[in-house]
Design a protein around this ligand. Structure first.
Ligand code: SF4
Length: 448
């Protein structure tokens, strides 16, 4: 067995607050008007644009880019927001390199995709700064129908906004003190600077007809049947709950935590230098949450951060951009290894791993082990839904079962976002689910 890391605990927390603050400044600084104009002129305004097909919310990308190029950023924002009311967050957090920008026809030899995400951010930010203008969308004639939305994350907010536009009144029930879901609590801080998630919620609520009740959790303060009895329709956008466990003895040891909880705590900590972080941090997982946790631990001042993934880089769900981000931030990435034991001597000292390989297509341990020293271990190996709060609904593969109209097996109760299986667990997919579910609810109410 090899001890891979033996560096002394050092300087976590030794950075000045200013240095830590600088590490959490905007990952992609916004475009100036000049930059936006120049980049918009690279668009070929393709007929049957492949970038539109690649966007889960089908934003009319050539149309909004053309509006930017003609000096109409507010018109561009309206085009974006009419398809994706959380287009500001998606411009910051979407893996555009595997969505719209991957499909861009400019991706030919010696050229690069039009930077659609940066252009989208430019337009939406410009519009959101126009506080002198009314909300860009008007409500239809009021229907007198009441809709309950459970969860103020991207799916719930998107559903609420579209339902309000269609003339219904909406009450959102949210367990946490702030709305936004993963936009507020789950994305890396350097992607969502300047309290953007809250500013976006305020903007969205500008349509009117939406009320948010905080401190209301499904299973604790609410149950779906009583909501269904009190409202004309219900939308469930609760996301996913607890993280999966490693299944190793000692997992509740001090210093071992879920990566999503670490990210959540960091998002709510100001200044960021007040956030505790270990000297030697291990992050286990291969998704964007694992990368977000690892990079942020490093930027907080952890001396050594090692991300361990049981398969190869090509199998990671984190995009190439995110994997590169980890490396340029000094995160050590170890592929083909799985955790087999937590090491402690009164306090957490590390973790033992077994190397892995694919044998006949099956992931198998090779028998060769090694250890990595750690005083903090963050688990990012997926989350599971809290099924006990969802009585009366069919669950399959850890997700709520819905039909093509987002209708669950409980009549009048619809669902969307990460709690259903509709595509990748991305903000943009949740927004699409919420929007489409609102139209399905509207049709359901009209036929009731
Ligand atoms: Fe413009 Fe690229 Fe979309 Fe074509 S594929 S419309 S060039 S952004």
């Amino acid at each position: 067995m090899t001890i891979l890391q033996a560096k002394p605990a050092s300087s976590a927390g030794s950075m000045t607050p200013v240095e830590v603050g600088n590490n959490f400044s905007d990952l992609h600084p916004p475009y100036s008007t000049l930059q936006a104009m120049a980049e918009s002129n690279r668009c070929l305004y393709c007929y049957d644009a492949p970038c539109v097909t690649a966007c889960p919310t089908s934003i009319d990308i050539p149309s909004f880019i053309r509006k930017i190029s003609t000096g109409n950023p507010d018109g561009a924002a309206k085009t974006i927001l009419s398809a994706n009311i959380l287009g500001g967050t998606c411009a910051r957090a979407c893996p555009t390199e595997v969505l719209c920008e991957q499909a861009c026809v400019r991706n030919v030899a010696e050229d690069t995709a039009v930077e659609i995400g940066s252009l989208q951010r430019y337009a939406v930010d410009h519009r959101m700064a126009r506080t002198d203008l009314p909300h860009p969308f008007k409500r239809a004639a009021l229907s007198g129908k009441q809709i309950a939305v459970v969860g103020a994350g991207p799916a719930g907010l998107s559903c609420a906004h579209r339902a309000a536009m269609l003339g219904h009144d909406v009450t959102i029930f949210e367990s946490r003190p702030k709305a936004g879901g993963l936009n507020e609590y789950g994305l890396a801080a350097y992607k969502m600077t300047d309290d953007f998630a809250q500013r976006e919620v305020e903007f969205l609520l500008g349509i009117g007809g939406i009320r948010i009740e905080h401190g209301k959790a499904l299973g604790r303060d609410l149950n779906l049947q009583s909501l269904r009895d009190s409202y004309d329709a219900v939308f469930v956008g609760v996301g996913l709950g607890a993280s999966n466990d490693l299944g190793l003895p000692g997992e509740s040891f001090d210093g071992i935590d879920d990566a999503i909880r670490f990210i959540e705590q960091l998002r709510q900590t100001e200044p960021k230098s007040n956030m505790p972080v270990g000297n030697n941090v291990i992050v286990i997982g291969g998704g964007n949450t694992a990368i977000d946790a690892a990079v942020q631990a490093k930027r907080l001042g952890a001396e050594e951060v090692t991300l361990v993934y049981r398969r190869g880089p090509e199998h990671m769900s984190a995009t190439e951009f995110e994997q590169e981000l980890a490396k340029i931030n000094g995160v050590i990435v170890r592929y083909w290894a799985m955790p087999v034991a937590i090491k402690a001597n009164g306090k957490l000292i590390g973790m033992a791993f077994e190397k892995t390989e694919l044998r006949d297509g099956k992931l198998t341990g090779t028998g060769e082990t090694f250890e990595i020293r750690a005083d903090q271990i963050l688990k990012a190996i997926g989350q599971k839904i809290k099924t006990d709060d969802l009585a009366g609904m069919e669950i399959a593969g850890g997700k709520i079962v819905v039909d093509e109209n987002y209708q669950t097996t409980a009549p009048g109760i619809f669902a969307g976002g990460d709690c259903i299986k509709s595509g990748e667990d991305l903000t943009v997919q949740a927004v699409e689910d919420g929007k489409c579910a609102a139209h399905a609810i509207d049709a359901f109410l009209k036929n009731a």
